[in-house]
Design a protein around this ligand. Structure first.
Ligand code: B12
Length: 522
C-alpha cells in the first residue's frame, strides 16, 4: 500500500535524520515530503491540507523544541488533521512516556534509529493491532503509555538507504553546502552527551563507520551532480576509534584525491583535541579539509574530569597550535560552567580561553552544561537531588551561590553575544570561516581575513575582560546581587561593545560576503 508521508524537522543544515528516514520510505515506494519546521503552524497546516498525508512524522533534534512542537501538533489536531502523528529523536527516544503525556495528540513515538521502525509503521497504518506490536515504538493505549520491546537494529551501516535530497537545490545557496554522515555513534563517554547512550539503547553501541568508497560516492554525487562545494561531515567525532579510524579517514582522503574531488570542494570535520596531529590531518587537508569543529568543552582539569573528557587543558592548547600551523580554521564547543563548577574553575577557564583564542584565530564563546536526557550528568544530578523540574525542563543551581550569580551575570551581559541563532558568536564564526576559506578557484583575501581576525580578537577580549572583572567583584564578596551598580555597569559595557562589533560586522558583510560567494560560484 503506497502511503503519503510528511516529515517535519529543524533544518539549519541538512537534517540527515529525516532525510535518511525519507530515503528508506522512498525505497518502499511511498510518497514522502520533507518540511522544515517553522514558527507558524498554519503554514504546516496548509501543507498538510494540500498533501493529505496518512502519517506526519516530527523530528525532535533539540529537546528545547518540545514546547514548540506541542503547540504545532495541538493546532493541527484542533484544525481536524487526523493523520497518524509520530515523533522521533533523542528526547523522544529517552522520554517517550513523558512526551506522550505532554502531547497526548501524538499516536506514537519511534525510539532511537527510526528507518526500519518507521517503514514498518507506515506499512501497517491500516491495522492498529499490527502497528501497536512493532518493536521500538511507544504509543498511547486509552491515555496509558505503552512501551514496546526495543527493536533489534541489525542493518549493516552500508545498507541504509541514501538520504533523500530531492528537494534541495544546492546551487541556489550562496555557498552550496551539503551534510554527509560517514559513520554513526561515538566510542567516547563524555558525561554531558547522549550519543553513546542513544546508540547503546539502539543496540549499536560505539561507532559504525561506512565503507570509505560509499562515502566518497555520496560526496562525488553531491559535488558533481548537485553542485555542492562545501561538505559538512556531521559525524560526532570523525577520527574516533584510534588507528583503524585514522586509516579509514585516510582511505576517504585518498579516494577523494583519486577522483580529483579536492579540486572542486572543501570539507569540515569534528574531532577531539587529542586526535589533532599533523600526520593525521595532512592527508585530509590534501583532500580538501578546511575547517575543524573541536570538542573542547572546558579548559579546567576538574571540569574536564566531571565532563569525563579524559584529557587535559594542555592537549587543547597543543591542538590549537597545530591547527594554526596547518592553517586550518576551527571553532569549538565550550562550557564555562558545569554543575560542579566553582569560581576557581571559572577563572581557570577564562585564563584558558584567553590563551586559546587571544589572537582571534577562533571565536571565544560559551554556554553552561545542560542536563540533557539520556546523559550521565542528568542521571548524576538527579541522584544528587539537585535537579528541579521535569526531564524536559530540568534545572540545577550551582553548589556555590556566587557561581549562580556569575551565571546570571553572563546571561545579562552576553545574551546577544553568545546565545541564540543570531548571536554574535555564531555570526563571527561564520565570518571567520568564510574569510579563511580557500577554494580551488579562488585564493583567500588575506586582508579581509586579517580584518575578520582583528574583529574576533576585539570581541573575545571584551568578553574576557568583562567576565574577569565580574569574577573579581563576585569573588571579593563585595557584590552579592545582580542589581549591584558595578555589575550593571559591566553588563552595559559588554552589550555596548557587542553592538559596536556587530556594526563593524555589518560593514564587513556589506562589502564582502554575497558578492564574494556570487562571484565565486556563478
Ligand atoms: C548536525 C547537528 C547540528 C547542526 C544542525 C543540524 C540541522 N538539522 O540543522 C548545528 C551545528 C546547527 C547544531 C547546533 C546545535 N546542536 Co546539534 N547536532 C547535530 C548532530 C551532530 C548531527 C545530527 C544528525 O545528522 N544526526 C544523524 C541522524 C541520522 O540521527 P538523528 O538525527 O538522531 O535521527 C535518527 C533518530 O533520532 C530517529 N529520528 C529522528 N527524528 C525522527 C523523526 C521521526 C518521525 C522518526 C520516526 C524517527 C526520527 O531516526 C533518525 C534516523 O535514524 C547531532 C548529534 C547526532 N549524532 O545526532 C547534534 C545534537 C542534535 N545537537 C545538540 C545540541 C545540544 C546542539 C546545540 C544546542 C549546541 C549549542 N549549545 O549550541 C545547537 C543548537 C542550535 C539551535 N539552532 O538551536 C544535541 C541535542 C541534545 C538534546 N537532547 O537536545 C545533539 C544530540 C548532540 C549531543 N551530543 O548531544 N547541531
Amino acid at each position: 500500500m503506497i502511503r503519503r508521508v510528511l516529515l517535519v524537522g529543524y533544518e539549519d543544515q541538512d537534517n540527515l535524520g529525516i532525510r535518511y528516514l525519507s530515503g528508506r520510505l522512498l525505497r518502499d515506494g511511498h510518497h514522502v515530503r520533507i518540511v522544515a519546521v517553522g514558527t507558524d503552524p498554519d503554514v504546516l497546516l496548509a501543507t498538510i491540507q494540500a498533501e493529505r498525508p496518512d502519517l506526519v512524522g516530527f523530528s525532535l533534534i533539540f529537546q528545547y523544541m518540545v514546547p514548540e512542537f506541542a503547540r504545532t501538533i495541538r493546532t493541527l489536531r484542533a484544525a481536524g488533521v487526523c493523520a497518524h502523528f509520530t515523533i522521533g529523536g533523542h528526547y523522544a527516544s529517552f522520554e517517550p512516556e513523558a512526551l506522550l503525556r505532554f502531547i497526548p495528540e501524538l499516536d506514537s513515538v519511534v525510539r532511537f534509529e527510526g528507518e526500519e521502525t518507521l517503514a514498518e509503521l507506515v506499512a501497517s497504518l491500516d491495522d492498529p493491532a499490527a502497528w501497536q506490536r512493532i518493536g521500538g515504538i511507544a504509543w498511547l493505549d486509552r491515555g496509558q503509555a505503552v512501551l514496546n520491546p526495543p527493536r533489534d537494529v541489525s542493518i549493516p551501516i552500508d545498507e541504509y538507504a541514501e538520504p533523500d535530497r530531492r528537494d534541495i537545490d544546492y546551487r541556489r545557496q550562496a555557498l552550496p553546502t551539503a551534510s554527509v554522515l560517514a559513520s554513526r555513534g561515538c566510542p567516547w563517554q563524555c558525561s554531558f552527551c547522549s550519543i553513546i547512550t542513544f546508540y547503546e539503547a539502539n543496540g549499536t553501541k560505539g561507532r559504525r563507520r561506512r565503507d570509505p568508497l560509499r562515502v566518497v560516492d555520496e560526496v562525488e554525487g553531491l559535488v558533481r551532480q548537485q553542485g555542492a562545494r562545501l561538505i559538512l561531515f556531521q559525524d560526532d567525532d570523525f577520527l574516533a576509534g584510534g588507528l583503524n579510524a585514522r586509516a579509514w579517514a585516510h582511505q576517504i582522503a585518498a579516494e577523494i584525491q583519486r577522483r580529483g574531488l579536492q579540486h572542486e570542494m572543501r570539507f569540515k570535520i569534528a574531532c577531539r583535541s587529542d586526535e589533532v596531529r599533523e600526520a593525521v590531518l595532512k592527508p585530509l587537508i590534501a583532500a580538501g579539509l578546511c575547517h575543524v569543529y573541536l570538542g573542547v568543552e572546558s579548559g579546567d582539569e576538574t571540569n574536564l574530569a566531571a565532563l569525563n573528557k579524559l584529557l587535559k587543558p594542555e592537549v587543547h592548547v597543543r591542538a590549537g597550535e597545530i591547527l594554526r600551523r596547518l592553517d586550518l580554521s576551527f571553532d569549538f564547543g565550550f562550557m564555562l560552567l558545569e554543575p560542579w563548577s566553582t569560581l576557581e574553575t571559572a577563572r581557570n577557564n577564562l585564563d584558558f580561553v584567553r590563551r586559546f583564542t587571544g589572537d582571534g584565530w577562533a571565536v571565544a564563546g560559551f554556554c553552561r552544561t545542560l542536563p540533557y536526557v539520556g546523559t550521565p550528568i542528568e542521571r548524576r544530578l538527579r541522584a544528587e537531588g539537585r535537579l528541579s523540574g521535569t526531564a524536559l525542563d530540568a534545572e540545577y543551581r550551582f553548589l556555590d551561590p556566587r557561581v549562580d550569580l556569575l551565571w546570571d551575570f553572563c546571561l545579562m551581559a552576553f545574551e546577544g553575544r553568545n546565545f541564540g541563532k543570531n548571536a554574535t558568536w555564531n555570526i563571527l564564526r561564520g565570518l571567520l570561516f568564510e574569510t579563511h576559506l580557500e577554494m580551488p578557484c579562488r585564493s583567500r583575501d588575506e586582508e579581509r581575513d586579517a580584518a575578520a581576525r582583528a574583529l574576533v580578537q576585539a570581541s573575545n577580549g571584551v568578553m574576557l575582560d568583562v567576565l574577569e572583572n565580574a569574577l573579581d567583584l563576585i569573588e571579593s564578596g563585595l557584590v552579592t546581587t545582580l542589581e549591584d551598580p558595578d555589575l550593571l555597569d559591566l553588563a552595559r559595557l559588554a552589550r555596548s561593545e557587542d553592538a559596536s562589533i556587530r556594526r563593524q560586522l555589518v560593514a564587513m558583510e556589506r562589502n564582502g560576503t554575497d558578492e564574494f560567494y556570487e562571484a565565486l560560484f556563478r
